[in-house]
Structure formats: C-alpha cells, structure tokens
Design a protein around this ligand. Sequence first.
Ligand code: GLU
Length: 313
Amino acid sequence: MANPTPALPANPPAPLPPPAPYRGRLAPSPTGLLHLGHARTFWIAQERARAHAGSLVLRSEDLDAARCRDEFVQAMLEDLKWFGFQWQEGPDCGGPFGPYAQSARQNLYRAAFNHLRAGGFIYPCTCSRKDILSAARAPHAEDEHEPIYPGTCRPLGASHAQPAPNSPPATPSRPAGHRINWRFRVPDGEVIFFMDQNLGAQQFVAGRDFGDFVVWRHAEVPSYQLACVVDDAAMRITEVVRGADLLLSTARQLLLYRALEWLPPRFYHCPLLTDSTGARLAKRHDATSLRRLREAGQSPACLRAHWRVERAY
Ligand code: GLU
C-alpha cells in the first residue's frame, strides 16, 4: 500500500526571498591610462552582468589625490566607451547610489571608520612605511606594496604601544609630530575561506598571508580596502569581478564585511593578462593602453579576438 501523503506542517517555512538582481561594477582608478588588462577584466564583468540580465556600475576610485588626475577620468570615460562598455550608473550618468566618484563619498567612509573604531577592530599606528619595511617578516611578505605588519603598535601586552588613554576622538586625528594610520587587527591564524566564482575554493591565513592592514590614512583618507567595501555594499553590488592580483585584498575585505556586519558579494577573479615576456600589464606600459591602441587604428573586436580566455564565463 502506498504511503499516505505526509500532512503539511501547520506553519510551513516561508519561501526563500528571490535572489537580488545582479549588480556588477567596473572600478578603475584614474591614475593613468587604462590598458588591455583592465579592458579584459572589465569585459568579463560586463559579460557576466549581461548574462545575468543585471546592471553594471562604473565607479571612479579617485581617492589617491596625488596620482589621480582629471585628464585620466576623461580618458577613462572615452576609452571605455570606445571599447564598447556600457554602464547603467556612473559618474557621467548618475544613478540611485551616487555619487560615483570616491572622492565625493567621504561621509560614508567616515561612518564605517567610526563603526570599526567603536567595535575595537582597529588601532592607531604611528609606524612609517620605512619602519614597517625594516621590521617586516620578509619571507612572508605577500607583495611589494604591503609587507606584513610586524605588530609594533598593536595594543597587546607591555611591549606594544597603547592607544591614547583618554577617550578617543570620534574621527581620526593627527597629534602633532605623529602621522597616525589606523590598522585593522586581523584574527591571527584564522583561515579566511571563500568560494571564488571562477577559481573555486580559496583560502588564506590571517597573520600569515596578510597582516594588520591600513583602513584609514594619516591624511584623512580611507584606504582602498575600506572604501571598496563601503562602496560595494552601499551600491548593492552582488558580484565583484576583479583581477587575480586582488585575491588577498578580497580576503582582507571579507574581514571588513564581517566587522561591519554586512553581507559580502560573490567574487570572480580573472587571470591577469601578461605581455610577450610574461610580465603583467601595467599602466606604465603605454603601448598597451587603450588610447594608444585606438590611435594605432586597432579595433576593439580584433583586440578581443586575441584574448585567450582559458575558461568560459
Ligand atoms: N581601483 C582598483 C583598481 O583599479 C579596483 C580594484 C577592485 O576591483 O576592487 O585596481
């Protein structure tokens, strides 16, 4: 005899909410001309947004006042359009989550900074870059830009500098004679795991693969890590497509999402484009800039045909 159909529970679980509509982003820094490497990563981002019937946001990551220039912002917009990029929100066309230039979003970064500070996630650090380079544990330094911080100013035990005894100010300050950067204290030994949408399972160990990282710089400027997390969350980005050189940044950023109690987006890391010698393309390689290629009469379709994308996306 067939089993009777089980009775439905009196309070069936509520159906899952529909998934949020896909929102991707292009986040160039206008510190130079965009090159083919940017174009390929951005193209994958655009294709993924289209494949998911989603939208694409253009955000100008122009926090580095010393290196960002208006002429590069203009070149970025022109070159992206020439290449065939189309975005639905951005500095040129606006949108519901603007402004779309980081230099105009300081209040959001400051609020996140205050939250991290109130939660005890960050501490002031007076070390200069030179101090850190000379004290860094060289064998584990993860890249040339940010050696692992040796913990000199970490508020732990007697040998470490302590934070100011008085109640801390509500915003970062710079006492006379000291340049204070604020660092996020990473949970040493914790494995930061995430499932990359392209590269599969990824894991990094906090304190070994990366150390306490700067979230706020002495010149009243948030770091890339903090600004990026604040903006991706505020702009409701559901998937971040970026180069594989930023895998460690993603691990750091996941710690920020957790500390700020925000849900992280998904991540899709693209292999980096290299030149004929195997070296990574960089903004200083003028010959592969979109601008020079355009001036040389290249067409975007031909350039795309030369990309060797190992995996379908
Ligand atoms: N502005 C950063 C860059 O150009 C963005 C990196 C990211 O995708 O988060 O490298």
